[in-house]
Design a protein around this ligand. Sequence first.
Ligand code: IMP
Ligand code: MG
Length: 180
Amino acid sequence: MKSVTVNGKRFVPYLSEEALAEKVREIAVRLNNDLADKDPVFLGVLNGAFMFVADLFRQINIPCEISFVKLASYSGMRSTGSMKELIGLNENLRGRHVVVVEDIVDTGNTIVALQAALESREPASVQICTLLCKPTALLHELQLEYVALEVPEHFFLGYGLDFDGHGRNLPTLYHLEESE
Ligand code: IMP
Ligand code: MG
């Protein structure tokens, strides 16, 4: 595999398509086993998770529903930092088993915001499924039930993940050369 240049930065291959597919398959097997009688609602988080969810959901063979949400950043009333609002959620989640499907958990801030937004809808449970997790970057104590791959604190690109909006279409994972 060759390196790629996106928006002027060089990214080197991290994982082959085959290795990535195997990681996704392992997660699908676990979800099919664990949630067989739960009729879960899978919530894919756009944009980053789109490629992961497409590959993952093709291998989910239990009764389930699938929907997508997006986190829109907006400036809060207070001057400190930006807040995130969950948009696109039309499903009634009361009493349902929800599995959030994310591309990457870095500091965990996004997941914490998502969990809070979902809890107000009174689901029976909320579990997290993520393609990548950077355990050493986590700022919160989070229970991440389904992690396809733990990765170091590099900047990753491809397979849905972007650098300044670009590179999501790359069929496998790369990371920034400088972060080696
Ligand atoms: P967190 O809120 O710090 O956990 O960050 C989560 C979000 O930051 C992800 O959903 C991504 O959109 C973005 N992100 C974090 N690390 C990376 C990376 O290595 N590559 C691309 N996007 C990233
Ligand atoms: Mg994301």
